[in-house]
Design a protein around this ligand. Sequence first.
Ligand SMILES: Cc1cc2nc3c(=O)[nH]c(=O)nc-3n(C[C@H](O)[C@H](O)[C@H](O)COP(=O)(O)O)c2cc1C
Length: 177
Amino acid sequence: MHSNLEEVNAMTLATATADGMPDGRIVLLKGFDGNGFTFFTNYNSAKGHQLLENPRACLVFYWAALERQVRLCGLVSLAAASVSDEYFNSRPEGSRIGAWASPQSEVIESREWLEKNEERLKTEGKADTLHRPPHWGGYVVKPTRIEFWQGRPSRLHDRILYTLGGNRAWTIERLAP
Ligand SMILES: Cc1cc2nc3c(=O)[nH]c(=O)nc-3n(C[C@H](O)[C@H](O)[C@H](O)COP(=O)(O)O)c2cc1C
């Protein structure tokens, strides 16, 4: 089925610190296959620190026009360096420089500082900024639970839960809405 939704690959990424404080933000899904669901970010960001301490995450998609939610949770690992390189190299030059220029999630003194940092990298270090920074790359979420939610009349929505068992087989159950 095709739909013309904007940012159809935007999803909430929920993580938590080692002591259980939850956090969440939107990231873009950039790929999925038998290994899991891949997004790209700064490994030194808040989410990067949380995933280092506690490599578990949930992803939540919501498409209002379809009245659909998909929610999945599982273990998180780093994407292969070759996958991160390939995606980084496919990005426009400005985005590549931005990945070097912005210490994501750190406190910075001003917008001006950020713009100057970008300008400095553009003029001084162009050759160096075209390859992937060591602090930037992909994460792969390998789900062990996936719930598909479909809005239906009278709040009698469908909720179908897939759970991965120890035998690597998926159990499929219906949950009350
Ligand atoms: C539509 C949308 C898409 C985004 N996509 C990404 C993304 O793919 N990767 C990323 O690192 N941040 C993305 N962001 C920014 C994050 O929401 C967040 O501000 C940033 O990753 C820092 O999060 P953290 O401090 O929890 O690590 C996106 C934000 C929006 C609103």
